[in-house]
Design a protein around this ligand. Structure first.
Ligand code: CA
Length: 530
């Protein structure tokens, strides 16, 4: 499979036909002075703390302007470092995104195109953590791995099997499986802090990948947040009652709507008054200790009673479901944010903060009721977006806001460059270090490529590929032969495809040419061409 070094393209052509006006208009603060105060890159290799959550949408991070919650600890990374304002995945689904992060290559190249067991991730291939380990980094992977095989290239690993459990989860280790009592987000943080405290080699830089299960479905909050948001009404998104008109057919044919596809017991914990099996009214409950169950029942019992009494129907039921769903989701986020705060406090207390790059991100975005949906997969903004925040004192100026189009293929080369290691030629991403430190802005890409594969189950989202530029998004559903074009400036909610607008035919031709160029450049011959 052809890699990023397609023979017909120069790097300049690939990264963009022209540098967009305004692309350099982000803040570097007093960077030149800071640069002088520190040794050259590669001479002092930073520790890397990579905090990764699962399904955390940018709409639920206050640094990104959330209307529905507040995340003070995650925001601190942006305040003291950088926030990427246009950060995207290449394939909006869990395991594939992780494979992209590790390899720096699109799904069709690293081989992990969907979550299915038939296509396991080949851990024999080069990954950035293996390169860092070979270069002398002490490496650890703790929490959600989600790639079935055992992790490779880590001195220490302790991972959740599969999706893992919220309460009293099992952890897989090289020595077998252990069950731990507690809440998963707290435990992943406890294990990460223990590793830093007890296992860290002070003579070597470390890479710690601290990867959370939360806020993945089925959104079970921890004991500290069972009552958070109890007495507030979370604002509804404008497109909660989307009619799916003026778009290609797939949007109307999915199976991921709050109205029809959320399962009352499994997703919303709305259990019958007298469940058939009181020990297991919804998955996850049976694992709880008696004390955990008592706390859970005290929170959810009265809510379920109110639901049964109100017995809402139609749109009222959608509104009720939305509130239940979004509050549980945000309660899981509150647990993540608390635990990000614990990690940052440890770095402060030990003096490690100064020499540590801290990243917060999540494997893709998520629908928080937009288009009437939960879940991810689509190239629409909410699931295409990935939160990405980075702090590295002295290197990244506080308050840096980066508007450039970046993707998860860029992480591996970034970490390699930070470690002073060469970036192999077949890596498809570009290091973000220049953007982070204000070193370069010229020639950055002005379009990104996306390809989603998994179909028909679990949510009947039609396979598609497309490109996004600063202003436009062109999507091709190659199974049905349909196209969509969105003008993100005029229609940020992506409710009205203007693909068929005769006035846009020139633009369509231009974007199709760019899409064809990117498919050729990244060597993607999968999916039907056009
Ligand atoms: Ca995910």
């Amino acid at each position: 499979m052809a890699g990023a070094t397609g023979r017909d393209f120069t790097r300049r052509e690939v990264l963009g036909r022209a540098t967009r006006a305004g692309a350099g208009a982000y803040l570097f603060g007093a960077l030149p002075a800071l640069e002088r105060a520190f040794p050259a890159l590669g001479e002092e290799r930073p520790n890397i703390l990579f905090v990764f959550s699962d399904d955390h949408a940018v709409q639920a991070i206050s640094a990104y302007g959330s209307r529905i919650n507040h995340t003070p600890h995650i925001d601190r990374i942006a305040t003291e470092g950088a926030i990427f304002l246009n950060s995207f995945c290449t394939n909006s689904i869990c395991a594939p995104s992780r494979a992209v992060v590790l390899t720096g290559k699109h799904s069709h190249v690293n081989g992990k195109i969907d979550n299915s067991a038939q296509d396991p991730f080949d851990t024999g291939q080069p990954t950035f953590n293996k390169a860092l380990q070979a270069a002398g980094y002490q490496t650890a992977m703790i929490g959600k791995w989600h790639l079935r095989s055992d992790p490779e290239g880590f001195d220490f690993w302790q991972v959740l099997p599969g999706q893992g459990h919220y309460y009293n989860p099992d952890f897989r280790t090289p020595d077998g499986q252990v069950r731990m009592e507690g809440y998963v987000t707290d435990l992943v943080t406890d294990l990460s802090l223990q590793w830093l405290e007890r296992e860290r080699d002070p003579d070597r830089p470390f890479l710690l990948m601290c990867q959370h299960k939360a806020p993945h479905r089925n959104w079970m909050p921890g004991p500290d947040h069972l009552m958070t948001y109890e007495d507030v009404e979370i604002p509804e998104p404008e497109s909660l009652f989307d009619d799916y008109l003026n778009r290609a057919s797939p949007a109307a044919l999915q199976e991921m709507s709050i109205r029809e596809h959320l399962q009352p017991a499994y997703d919303l914990k709305i259990t019958p008054e007298a469940p058939e099996d009181p020990d297991d009214p919804f998955p996850g409950y049976a694992r709880m200790t008696p004390a955990q169950r008592a706390a859970w029942d005290a929170a959810y019992g009265p809510r379920n009673t109110r639901f049964r009494e109100a017995n809402p129907q139609g749109d009222d039921r959608v509104r009720w479901y939305y509130q239940r769903y979004i509050k549980d989701y945000l309660r899981c986020i509150a647990g993540i944010d608390d635990n990000v705060g614990r990690m940052l406090a440890y770095l402060d207390d030990t003096g490690l903060a100064r020499d540590t790059l801290v990243i917060y991100c999540s494997d893709q975005g998520f629908y928080l009721g937009e288009h009437g949906w939960y879940d991810k997969r689509w190239m629409y903004e909410e699931s295409l977006s990935m939160p990405l925040l980075a702090r590295w004192p002295g290197r990244i100026a506080p308050g840096t806001r980066i508007p450039h189009l970046v993707q998860n293929i860029d992480y591996a080369p970034t970490f390699l460059e930070m470690a002073g290691e060469p970036v192999p030629g077949d890596i498809q991403g570009e290091s973000l270090l220049g953007l982070l430190t204000g070193r370069t802005t010229d020639g950055w890409r002005d379009s990104i490529y996306y390809h989603y594969y998994e179909y028909p189950q679990p949510h009947r989202v039609a396979p598609h590929y497309g490109i996004r530029t600063e202003r436009y998004k062109l999507v091709h559903y190659y199974g049905t032969g349909e196209w969509e074009l969105f003008d993100l400036e005029e229609d940020p909610g992506e409710l009205n495809s203007v693909y068929a607008d005769p006035a846009r035919s020139g633009l369509v031709d231009e974007l199709k040419a760019e899409l064809r160029r990117l498919r050729e450049f990244y060597g993607d011959e999968t999916g039907v061409g056009f």
